[in-house]
Structures are given as structure tokens and as C-alpha cells.
Design a protein around this ligand. Structure first.
Ligand SMILES: [Fe+2]
Ligand SMILES: [Fe+2]
Length: 131
């Protein structure tokens, strides 16, 4: 296998694993909120999710830049939007304004799944084909 192909396969494998972790953290957040977990527990999960998502998005954005990817700006806008929403959820949780957090977490799970199935899938196909 040529090094560039190894790179492309590795990039996809790494991204798949990161998506699994991201979705697990989101699922953990949904379950914590739905089972009435304490605000400090919810805060810790949200911090983990935000930190992990920042690192994951940064690696995807680096990959897009290395590949001179044509959907870079809109894809990055999506990442910014997701992080803004997660930070807003963390702020609401800290402020004790948790009434709608359960629904926000479920909405976020749907939004990120959609992002992975569309924009991330398009990027993965682009990398897989070695473009
Ligand atoms: Fe992405
Ligand atoms: Fe992603």
C-alpha cells in the first residue's frame, strides 16, 4: 500500500472512532438529563463533550485544509454552530435553567448524527478516494 493510501485509510479510521466517542458522550448526556442527574454531573459530561468536540473538529478542519477541500467553509460553520449550542447548554445548566436541556440534548444528538451522515460522510468519501 502506498503511504498516501495508508494516510487516507488511517484518517477515515481515526475519524470513525472519534465519531463513536462523540456520539457516546452525547448519549451519556441525554441519559443523565433524562434520569435527573445533578447539575455537576451534567456539567462534567458537557465539558468532556465540548473538549472532545473541539479537538475532533480541529482535526477534521486540518484534514480539509490539507486536502484543499471545497466544502471547508460551510463544514467549519457547522462545527462552530455545534460548539456554540453546546456552550449555550453548559451555560444554561450552570445557571440552573435546565427546563429545556433534555430536549436540547436530544436535538443535538439528531443534529450531530445528521452532520456525520452528510458533511462528514462527504469528507470521508473525498479522503477515501484520495482526492
Ligand atoms: Fe464535521
Ligand atoms: Fe466529525
Amino acid at each position: 500500500m502506498f503511504p498516501i493510501e495508508e494516510f487516507n485509510v488511517k484518517a477515515n479510521d481515526d475519524t470513525d472512532r472519534e465519531h463513536e466517542v462523540q456520539l457516546e458522550l452525547l448519549q451519556e448526556l441525554c441519559l443523565a438529563l433524562e434520569s435527573g442527574a445533578k447539575a455537576t454531573t451534567v456539567h462534567q459530561i458537557l465539558c468532556n463533550l465540548i473538549d472532545f468536540s473541539e479537538a475532533h473538529f480541529m482535526s477534521e478542519e486540518l484534514l480539509m485544509r490539507m486536502k484543499s477541500y471545497d466544502d471547508y467553509e460551510e463544514h467549519q460553520d457547522n462545527h462552530t454552530q455545534i460548539l456554540d449550542m453546546l456552550r449555550d447548554m453548559a451555560a444554561r445548566n450552570i445557571a440552573g435553567d435546565s427546563a429545556l436541556l433534555k430536549q436540547s440534548a436530544r436535538d443535538m444528538l439528531g443534529f450531530i448524527k445528521q452532520h456525520i451522515a452528510t458533511r462528514d460522510k462527504r469528507l470521508a468519501d473525498h479522503v477515501r478516494l484520495g482526492l
